[in-house]
Design a protein around this ligand. Structure first.
Ligand SMILES: NC(=O)c1ccc[n+]([C@@H]2O[C@H](COP(=O)([O-])OP(=O)(O)OC[C@H]3O[C@@H](n4cnc5c(N)ncnc54)[C@H](O)[C@@H]3O)[C@@H](O)[C@H]2O)c1
Length: 249
């Protein structure tokens, strides 16, 4: 199948593109290179350089390639930055997805897997969180992702789009080949920051929080291995390609 991956030169997108190639798909990818590393994209994938807010770019891409399904990672995702600069997040996450959906509808591409986030729930009502729990984001990042989910729902009702939204927690780990992994500049993610200490790039790391209901008072976070997450996206694509109706959160 021809799968388009949007937002591919960074962490989860590059691992997903690699798993798609390994699974024998024809992989087409696009990114505006705002973060990440161009050489993280598998050589077998066909790369387009562009921004999903650019309708002309997307229309050209969809008319040049026969796309069976899209996997959409192209968004901003730093919670703290979203609080200090919310409109940057509304512009990229919401406006970008609006332009993408318009182009997909126009070019008759009807299947999309979307990386949402556990941040759509806000403060959890249950542990573990149930899929059906109330969504009440506590920051603009989670708010834009929830609004994106709703954009998919209404576009599905109006135009027959079929979609899967995956509300995942933190990704971690690296491809077993060691050729790609997690790296940001400046680094803001916990596991790469911790690894900077034994690698001699950082003196020490602070773990915040002392009064959580845990044995040492620090918080407990959920992680999923990035390759497992990549494979979950591929299963979601297969679900959309093989089941004739229904959407899925
Ligand atoms: N990393 C996590 O633990 C985690 C957890 C939950 C959800 N997510 C979501 O998964 C997705 C991928 O996250 P990530 O951690 O790999 O890194 P990331 O958020 O840095 O990757 C985003 C990629 O999209 C590209 N991009 C951004 N805006 C674009 C635009 N307008 N046009 C084209 N390309 C654009 C960037 O260059 C980058 O390659 C994000 O949407 C994020 O919200 C991530």
């Amino acid at each position: 199948m021809n799968i388009l991956v949007l937002g591919v030169v960074d962490y989860i997108g590059s691992h997903t593109a690699l798993e798609l190639v390994k699974a024998g798909h024809d992989v087409i990818v696009a990114d505006n290179l705002v973060t990440g590393f161009r050489n993280a994209v598998p050589k077998a994938a066909k790369f387009y350089h562009g921004d999903i807010r650019n309708a002309e770019f997307l229309d050209k891409l969809f008319s040049s390639e026969q796309i069976d399904a899209v996997i959409h990672f192209a968004a901003f995702s730093l919670v703290g930055e979203s609080v200090t600069n919310p409109l940057k997040y509304y512009d990229n996450n919401l406006c970008g997805t609006k332009v993408l959906l318009e182009s997909m509808v126009k070019n008759n591409v009807k299947k999309i897997v979307f990386s949402s986030t556990a941040a759509t729930y806000g403060e959890p009502e249950n542990i573990p969180i149930l899929e059906s729990d109330r969504t009440c984001p506590t920051n603009p990042y989670g708010e834009t992702k929830l609004a994106m989910e709703k954009m998919f729902k209404w576009t599905a009702e109006a135009h027959g789009l079929r979609y899967v939204s995956l509300r995942y927690f933190n990704a971690c780990g690296a491809d077993e080949s060691g050729t790609i992994g997690e790296a940001h500049n400046p680094e803001s993610h916990l596991i790469p920051l911790i690894l900077q200490v034994p690698n001699g790039k950082r003196e020490a790391i602070s773990i915040y929080g002392t009064d959580y209901d845990t044995p040492d008072g620090t918080c407990i976070r959920d992680y999923i291995h990035v390759t497992d997450l990549a494979q979950a996206h591929i299963l979601a694509v297969q679900y959309l390609l093989t089941c004739s109706n229904g959407t899925f959160h």
